[in-house]
Design a protein around this ligand. Structure first.
Ligand code: CA
Length: 371
């Protein structure tokens, strides 16, 4: 079996979507007719990742055996390393890795979770990840949290999503929102607080102490992700679990984060490595006694690929992430992932287990500009 062609395209879910809101998909076609689907991180629509696949990586892969995926993608990474492995290139390789695992599953007739060693759990609880709370007033935050409770999440995460160019902008206001959410949900529902890199180290420690009093479960990305030592300092000084890693793109970067003192890491399957990369991250985290709780905000391919991976983790210590509800969830797949009674069930179909609705895809597909 050989890789015959690699398609790269955007999905425009809503006619009003700007290119920055598109999804970035890849479809690998083989000479036997089997195909595999993958997704790259869609930051700014994923244009940079799709362009790298089309222009730089696809020519390296055409004619190769898709079952050599780890060798092929590590070769591509090292051939193209000067494009920068931090971001667009690793997102491109992640998309291809997922697509090649999808092909391997279809070839063997097995779901990906079986091929990577089996699932510790086939029904996975999720936490509702709720963004945009920096711009809301307290009532606005409470209204959106109330709405998400109807999905029966195992936990709630409030994200602030403030501009990263201003730090410690409203610490008393942020703590007041955290307190109001705790009062709304009661003492027993686990809560997480995502600072989206919004604080100085000192500001983060002040907020973290308040979260400890309020019984929050974890405190995510308190300081700028590139200030590794500050992230580690905050993690070491606080009792609450501090997490980071959604903006880490290499295994070596993840090792540095762990070395700095972070004890819960959150690599993302569509940003670094795909299935293969996240399995390596899991081994690294396991070796250090660090929690691996993957970051994942994409509602279709990324989400389901992440379910296969999360189900295989020895100690699934936290629920899987489920982002803000999106029209993207159900648009182009015949059996889209939906939670049932608060649980996502692993698909048993071969590969990723998503059935593409070709007509719906054709309506929403946007080609990359030629060139
Ligand atoms: Ca986050």
């Amino acid at each position: 079996m050989k890789i015959a062609a690699i398609e790269t395209f955007h999905l425009r879910w809503d006619p009003a979507d700007t290119p920055a809101r598109y999804s970035a998909f890849v479809r690998v076609r083989t000479d036997t007719g089997l195909t595999g689907l993958g997704e790259a991180s869609p930051m700014l629509g994923g244009r940079a990742s799709l362009g790298m696949i089309r222009h730089e990586i696809a020519p390296l892969l055409r004619g190769c055996d898709p079952l050599d995926h780890a060798v092929l993608l590590d070769q591509a990474m090292h051939t193209l390393v000067k494009l920068g492995p931090e971001g667009a290139l690793s997102g491109a390789l992640a998309a291809l890795d997922i697509a090649l695992w999808d092909i391997k599953g279809k070839l063997t007739g097995l779901p990906i979770y079986k091929l990577i060693g089996g699932a510790w759990r086939t029904a996975l609880p999720f936490y509702a990840s709720i963004g945009g709370n920096g711009d809301r007033d307290i009532d606005g935050v409470l209204r959106v949290v109330e709405a998400r409770l109807r999905d029966r999440p195992a936990a709630i995460k409030i994200r602030f999503d403030n501009t990263r160019t201003r730090l410690d902008a409203d610490i008393p206001g942020d703590i007041a929102k955290a307190r109001a959410v705790r009062r709304l949900v009661g003492a027993n529902l686990p809560l997480a607080f995502d600072a989206n890199n919004g604080y100085t180290a000192g500001g983060a420690i002040r907020v973290g102490r308040a979260l400890e009093e309020l019984g929050y479960w974890w405190f995510e990305e308190p300081v700028q992700h590139y200030h590794l030592q500050a992230m580690g300092e905050v993690a070491r000084k606080l009792d609450i679990t501090v997490s980071a890693g959604e903006q880490t793109y290499t295994l070596a970067g993840l090792a540095d984060l762990i070395g700095a003192g972070v004890r819960m890491v959150q690599p993302d399957i569509v940003k670094m490595g795909g299935i293969t990369g996240l399995l390596r991250c899991a081994a690294l985290a396991q070796a250090h006694g660090v929690e691996l709780v993957p970051h994942q905000t994409q509602p279709t391919i990324g989400h389901v690929a992440n379910l296969h991976l999360a189900a295989s983790l020895l100690q699934g210590t936290k629920p899987v992430e489920w982002n803000d509800p999106s029209t993207r969830t159900h648009a182009v797949f015949a059996r889209p992932p939906r939670p049932v009674d608060g649980l996502f069930h692993l698909p048993d179909a071969p590969g990723i287990g998503l059935d593409l609705d070709e007509a719906a895809l054709a309506e929403r597909r946007v080609e990359l500009p030629a060139g």
